[in-house]
Ligand binder design. Structure first.
Ligand SMILES: [Zn+2]
Length: 212
């Protein structure tokens, strides 16, 4: 017997390969402009993390290991990157690389994949930009979402990234797009950016699917 699939948000039965029902999928508000990350610059973030449909998809992905949930999340990101003018204004006269913010190896191994990396691959395809796993986690950290205090978030993430051997493929003066699925305080993006800056890029862009 084949059971009908259920919407990741409202649990209504759905057909085909969809993960959200049409109503929930259409209810997601995609931002038209980037958001300001206090002192960390601007972030091209597709939607609000508080949106129940987005949370439903992220939950399927992170806790149920449902990799197909990356597809609608990436669609949201690409839609935002299109309507905000990010894609049309991306300078194509320089090398451009997409760098996902990695989860810890143990987490990747337990889940079977790294969600930001999987989403970056799909976004890279849409943007025709190669994905380079230039960053690695050097230490185990408490999930940023479990920490309420912003200063402690910065301390938690400090020194947690390093460069991989693959990062050597990124030449000086390139444009680097750092991608993470969710951005909360921006502390992780800030730390990732700090390490990425040592590659001497001409410009760094920050992109995420959802943010607070
Ligand atoms: Zn629904």
């Amino acid at each position: 017997m084949i059971l009908p699939a259920l919407c990741a948000n409202c649990r209504d039965p759905i057909s085909g390969k969809n993960i959200l029902c049409r109503r929930c999928s259409e209810s997601v508000i995609i931002r038209r402009s980037p958001v300001h990350l206090s002192d960390h610059g601007i972030l091209f973030s597709a939607t609000d993390y508080a949106d129940p449909s987005v949370r439903g998809l992220l939950k399927e992905l992170k806790y149920n290991g449902f990799l197909a949930a990356t597809v609608p999340l990436v669609e949201m990101a690409v839609k935002h990157l299109t309507i905000s003018g990010f894609i049309s204004r991306l300078p194509r006269n320089k090398d451009i690389f997409l760098v996902p913010v990695p989860v810890h190896m143990i987490k990747k191994w337990k889940r079977g994949f790294d969600q930001a990396e999987e989403m970056a691959k799909l976004i890279g395809k849409e943007l025709s930009v190669p994905v380079i796993r230039a960053l690695k986690r050097r230490k185990w950290t408490v999930p940023q979402s479990d920490i309420k205090d912003n200063d402690f978030r910065e301390l938690n993430i400090k020194g947690c990234f390093g460069l991989t051997k693959r990062s050597k493929a990124i030449s000086k003066g390139s444009i680097i797009i750092i991608f993470d699925d969710i951005v909360t305080s921006g502390a992780t993006m800030k730390e990732a950016g700090r390490i990425i800056r040592s590659l001497r890029p001409s410009k760094i862009f920050l992109v995420s699917v959802a943010s607070r």
